[in-house]
Design a protein around this ligand. Structure first.
Ligand code: FAD
Ligand code: DHB
Length: 393
């Protein structure tokens, strides 16, 4: 068995694990990243697309924002659509001039992998962490399975950046962690299509048939989502039906049709909220989806993951440079305050935009909320500030 020794062992090469590794390596803190999947897989996994203002700055400051600044699409507003009409929320005007950047998560991952390889820092793909031990001692250890055999890794600290279904959060004894969970009676069917975006800005749409979202990746590539029932499968949604339903939901009196094109990718994901408290157990620190999940309507998941590791990297720096563990001690509380704000905002957006199939009272309240946001500057300002820069505080 191969023995590895490092200061910080990082599980998972999603946005959280990769950025943490990068921030630590830049400061000379030794770390190793273990990723269960292949490089090809993580670099092509289509997921998030919206990067908040302060998180885009974090990536730029870390030296990994060059391609994002060049190819990312800077947006100053979003559209809210309902009752066949469109209403613009002027994000930048309402949020102190700040904007969002639309740039695919897999591109962030590619940029971070490239930066890691350039630094020559260790990153193992197809290396599955199978167990964690000694988390409450000062020498925690991991077992890692690879196609070439097993590794035993000892470290000072472990960062669990391995998503909801990883091993890190399960290593915390059940009686020492509180789990908050909510499932929503919807899923999102997401597609990538070779079709020029319908408008320059994202469109969040409420229609009596369900939610729809029009996003994009480039002037040629659109990213669209349909709210569907949780039990629905991709088999029930041939291309023609997807486009018919998107067209129907997104139609306005001014623009009754959307452009169509070949569908390049598709997937269905359930909407849920999860929060684990605390995000620490001994020398194990959770970051990103391993500690919390938000429904995607607020576009916060990746932003939260990156904000967590910004806090965690600062805490490790204080520990290694000054022997000061105060930031490690408050890491969980610091993150959870932001996490709950993101849960609140994501729940608000979800409940405002997904019509209930069973509760007409709920639908009346939803419409009132939407009308308030598009007629009250105070209400729009709260939405805009949360959408543009919630994770930066
Ligand atoms: P992940 O990206 O899940 O990375 C975890 C990694 O750990 C994975 O690569 C996994 O293979 C690896 N791993 C797991 N177990 C092990 C193990 N035992 N050993 C080694 N490695 C392991 N967020 C936004 O901010 N904005 C959006 O617009 C947005 N839209 C979304 C749309 C969709 C359809 C979906 C599904 C999500 C969206 N999100 C969005 C959420 C966002 O994608 C996630 O929050 C983000 O991926 C979290 O990053 P992470 O690094 O914590 O976890
Ligand atoms: C995208 C995803 C989201 O969850 C969202 O709220 C907005 C945009 C996207 O993939 O572009």
């Amino acid at each position: 068995m191969l023995e590895v020794r490092t200061q910080v062992a990082i599980i998972g090469a999603g946005p959280a694990g990769l950025l943490l590794g990068h921030l630590l390596s830049r400061e000379g803190i030794d770390n190793v990243i273990f990723e269960h999947r292949s490089r090809e897989y993580v670099e092509h996994r289509v997921r998030a697309g919206v990067i908040e203002y302060g998180i885009a700055e974090l990536l730029s400051d870390a030296g990994v924002g060059e391609r994002m600044r060049r190819d990312g699409l800077v947006h100053h507003g979003i559209e809210l659509r309902f009752d066949r009409a469109s209403h613009r929320v002027a994000l930048s005007e309402l949020a102190g001039g700040k904007s969002i950047t639309v740039y695919g998560q897999q591109e962030v991952v590619k940029d971070l992998v490239a930066a890691r390889l350039e630094l020559g820092a260790p990153l193992y793909f197809e290396a599955e962490v199978t167990s964690l031990d000694g988390l409450t001692t000062d020498r925690p250890s991991l077992e890692v399975a690879t196609s070439e055999g097993s590794m035993r890794v000892t470290s000072d600290f472990v960062a669990g950046c391995d998503g909801t279904f990883g091993v890190a959060n399960r290593a915390i004894p059940e009686n020492l962690v509180r789990r908050y969970e909510r499932t929503y009676p919807f899923s999102w069917l997401g597609i990538i299509a070779q079709a020029p975006p319908a408008t320059e800005e994202l469109i969040y749409c409420r229609h009596e048939n369900g939610f729809a979202l029009y996003s994009m990746r480039s002037p040629e590539i659109s990213r669209l989502y349909l709210g569907v029932r949780p039990e629905e499968t991709l088999d029930e949604w041939p291309d023609e039906r997807i486009w018919e339903e998107l067209s129907l939901r997104l139609a306005t009196d001014a623009v009754p049709e959307i452009g169509r094109g070949p569908i390049l990718e598709r997937g269905i994901s359930a909407l849920r909220s999860i929060v684990l408290e605390p995000m620490r157990y001994g020398r194990l620190f959770l970051a990103g989806d391993s500690a919390h999940i938000v429904p995607p309507t607020g576009a916060k998941g990746m932003n939260l993951a990156l904000a967590d590791v910004r806090a965690l990297s600062r805490a490790f720096l204080a520990r290694y440079q000054r022997g000061d563990e105060a930031l490690l001690d408050v890491y969980s509380d610091t993150c959870l305050e932001r996490v709950w704000r993101a849960e609140e905002f994501s729940t608000f957006m979800t409940q405002m935009l997904h019509p209930s199939y069973t509760d007409e009272f709920e639908n009346g309240v939803q419409m009132a909320r939407l009308r308030q946001v598009v007629t009250s500057e105070a209400a729009a300002t709260v939405l805009a500030r949360n959408y543009v820069n919630l994770c930066s505080v």
